[in-house]
Design a protein around this ligand. Structure first.
Ligand code: PEP
Ligand code: MN
Length: 350
């Protein structure tokens, strides 16, 4: 399948012209827009003559079954913007916050803790997928309101899970980035509904999914026009039961080789135990991940969700050091070192 890459500065009219040129050969087209590139996938038809068309950067014959998210050999990996934050190959993005939003106080305190360790995005679930229906399943819309308040108080854009297609408009109206959890990676209707909001999407790997299935899930989102997808390796099910999941660190490298999308790691849901989290952050940075998403809680021992893996005050210093120092060894900068505009505000005095 041929994929046309439009240059970063290409206009909508340039894209329309390229689409029209492709259509004249009888090809069907899918346009997918990201923050640093627009791609046009061509189905059927012949390769159009694109010479002289403005804004066309390249055309590649992509063999992968996920043409829009595949990484053609010439291409740089892409960047995804979440508000003022850029996730991609230059940076190492720390996302932190509670597994679940419980109260305003708990969310604010956890967010300030995460920010003090260098987090530039706030995580927190208002709709929680739980293995047991008797467990705390989140505050729903009240949780989203708390996240919006804490965003206003801390300046941290919000990443929160979209669990159900029926809530797509509600969650998108509060979230800066929509998380699709491991249990929903192949919920294709949910992927498409999330894509259509135009919000950037954090796509966790299914706990039983191959890398190819994960990239095909990302393709579902791209195919609906939304190329702002960040992949998240969060551990897979194996025979090993000394950890909650097995962090598949190789998958970070494989996914980055096969796809242009950023890839981050969730060491909290992978390890499942607090003492594993910082070492796994180091591993993620060392292997070249584009960031990590970490559970941080103001009083981990009383967390209503995933208490065993939440980092508290005692671990924050080590978390910040691991993210900053180990990613620097891998050639990255953390967000506060990015000279570009749109830095997060200075920490509030707490
Ligand atoms: C989470 O991040 O809160 C979560 C439920 O993660 P996962 O979907 O990876 O289990
Ligand atoms: Mn959790």
């Amino acid at each position: 399948m041929f994929v046309i890459t439009m240059a970063a500065g290409a206009s909508a009219a340039d894209t329309d012209q390229a689409v029209a040129a492709a259509a004249r050969t009888g090809a069907g087209t899918i346009v997918s827009r990201g923050d640093d590139r627009t791609l046009i996938a061509l189905f059927g038809g012949a390769l159009p003559d694109l010479s002289g068309l403005p804004g066309v950067q390249d055309v590649a014959d992509v063999q992968a079954p996920y043409p829009l998210v595949a990484r053609p050999s010439y291409a740089e990996r892409s960047e995804v913007k979440v508000g003022p934050v850029t996730i991609g190959p230059r940076t190492f993005t720390l996302i932190g916050g509670p597994c679940a939003v419980e109260t305003h106080d708990q969310t604010l305190k956890s967010a300030l803790m995460a920010r003090s360790a260098g987090a530039v995005l706030l995580r927190g679930g208002a709709f929680k997928p739980r293995s047991s229906p008797y467990d705390f399943r989140g505050l729903g819309e009240e949780g989203l309101r708390i996240l919006a308040d804490v965003r206003a108080e801390t300046g941290l854009p919000v990443v929160t899970e979209l669990l159900d297609q029926r809530d797509v408009e509600l969650v998108a109206s509060y979230a800066d980035m929509l998380q699709i959890g491991t249990r929903n990676m192949q919920n294709f209707a949910l992927l498409e509904a999330a894509a259509e909001t135009g919000r950037p999407i954090l796509l966790k790997r299914g706990m039983g999914a191959t890398v190819e299935e994960w990239l095909l899930a990302a393709e579902y989102i791209a195919h609906r026009g939304n190329l702002s997808v960040v992949l998240c390796e969060r551990g897979i099910r194996t025979f090993e039961n000394s950890t909650r999941n097995t962090l598949d660190i190789s998958a970070v490298v494989v996914a980055q080789q096969r796809s242009h999308l950023p890839v981050i790691v969730d060491p909290s849901h992978a390890g499942g135990r607090r003492e594993l989290v910082v070492p796994l952050v180091r591993a993620a940075a060392a292997v070249g991940a584009d960031g990590v998403i970490v559970d941080v809680h103001s009083s981990p021992e009383s967390a209503r969700c995933d208490a065993a893996q939440a980092l508290g005050h005692a671990e924050l210093g080590l978390l910040g050091e691991a993210a900053r120092d180990w990613s620097r060894l891998a050639g990255r900068v953390t967000e506060e070192q990015v000279p570009a505009a749109g830095r997060i505000p200075a920490p509030l005095a707490s």
